[in-house]
Design a binder for this molecule. Structure first.
Ligand SMILES: Nc1nc2c(c(=O)[nH]1)N[C@H]1C(S)=C(S)[C@@H](COP(=O)(O)O)O[C@H]1N2
Ligand SMILES: [Mo]
Length: 318
């Protein structure tokens, strides 16, 4: 990760040991594996028209979600993204703009009454959209606070009608290396996969996001549909989802598959449980010189701590 003209709030590489550091090392080792540097890739997205759901924004704000800090400046949040499909740097805007986000279908399958596929616009129009202010904490120890627009994942679970044998919801990003050059790097376990228990998926905090800053979500944030679980580290919030499966077994997630010692299934925020390579006690607030203490459950314990009763033996904070 190369940072030029580093802003004062950006985290020096020596201090942050992000996911990318680990991966760059792996990348170096794997780079000889049949990849042709600079091989021509088809250009994908032609100029896209206006978002077909534009009329739904801004959605009504749900006033029950308030912040303890200012909202992060939109320009900062929109230019500091993790989206490995488009590169391991934080600067993925240009690469992600090549992803066509329409037409976009979402497949709902696994242990449901009847599997189906639905166009994202039809799905969004069926769902109760609202705006929520949430804190967001990346496992790399930076944080932001943003207004997401979306709908409770619970509403989608109800639409999907899972069987009682379903215990987990598995969510996957699209898989198309012609669109996402990062997916040519075959040492990653593509497609990006995440999962939640049914109880987590139906908790009121769990949001399927379709917009941000009062507008349809921009590509680099994971258009047209991404997950947000604000009490968990950011890597849980899988972007550009094309498939949602109801399953009996705990899914193997992207980061867990890469490095289970460092990234687990639960990934709940806890300042007292250090990452093996850095402390999680504080966080660098994006766009400021502020380093704040990190809160357990990222401050959402009242809403979510009850989900983990009886699971104390699990690695809940990795
Ligand atoms: N498909 C996909 N989803 C992803 C990632 C990714 O690389 N690919 N990165 C994750 C990580 S580590 C973080 S911190 C957040 C970043 O979200 P943002 O760029 O919208 O702020 O997306 C998460 N979801
Ligand atoms: Mo992250």
């Amino acid at each position: 990760m190369l940072i030029r003209n580093r802003q004062s709030w950006q985290i020096p590489e020596s201090q942050a040991t992000p996911e990318s550091v680990f991966m760059d090392r792996r990348g170096f080792l794997g780079a000889g594996a049949g990849l042709i540097a600079g091989a021509a890739l088809p250009q994908i997205a032609a100029a896209q028209g206006a978002d077909p759901t534009l009329d739904l924004y801004p959605a009504k704000k749900n006033e029950s979600f308030t912040l303890d800090r200012p909202v992060t400046d939109e320009k900062l949040a929109a230019n500091y993204n993790n989206f490995y499909e488009f590169g391991t740097s934080k600067d993925v805007v240009a690469a992600a703009s090549k992803m066509a986000t329409r037409p976009w279908n979402v497949q709902i399958d696994g242990m449901v009454e009847k599997p189906f596929e639905i166009g994202v616009d039809e799905l969004i129009r069926k769902m109760p959209l609202e705006e929520r202010l949430y804190r967001f904490r990346c496992v790399e120890a930076w944080s932001m606070a943003v207004p997401w627009t979306g709908f409770p994942l619970k509403a989608l679970v109800e639409l999907a009608k899972p069987l009682s044998s379903a215990k987990y919801v598995k969510m996957e990003t699209f898989l198309n290396p012609r669109v996402a050059p990062g997916q040519l790097q075959r040492w990653y376990p593509w497609p990006y996969t995440e999962g939640l228990t049914i109880a987590e998926a139906t908790n009121e905090m769990t949001l399927m996001v379709t917009g941000i800053y009062g507008k349809p979500i921009a590509n680099q944030f994971g258009a047209p549909l991404r997950l947000i679980t604000p009490w968990k580290y950011g890597f849980k919030s899988v972007k550009s989802i094309t498939r949602i499966s109801f399953v009996a077994e705990r899914p193997k997630t992207f980061w867990e598959a890469l490095q289970a010692q460092e990234y687990g299934f639960w990934a709940n925020v806890n300042p007292e449980v250090a990452h093996p390579r850095w402390s999680q006690a504080t966080e660098q607030v994006l766009g400021t010189r502020d380093r704040r203490p990190t809160l357990i459950w990222n401050g959402y314990g009242e809403q979510v701590a009850g989900l983990y009763k009886g699971l104390e033996g699990e690695r809940l904070f990795v």
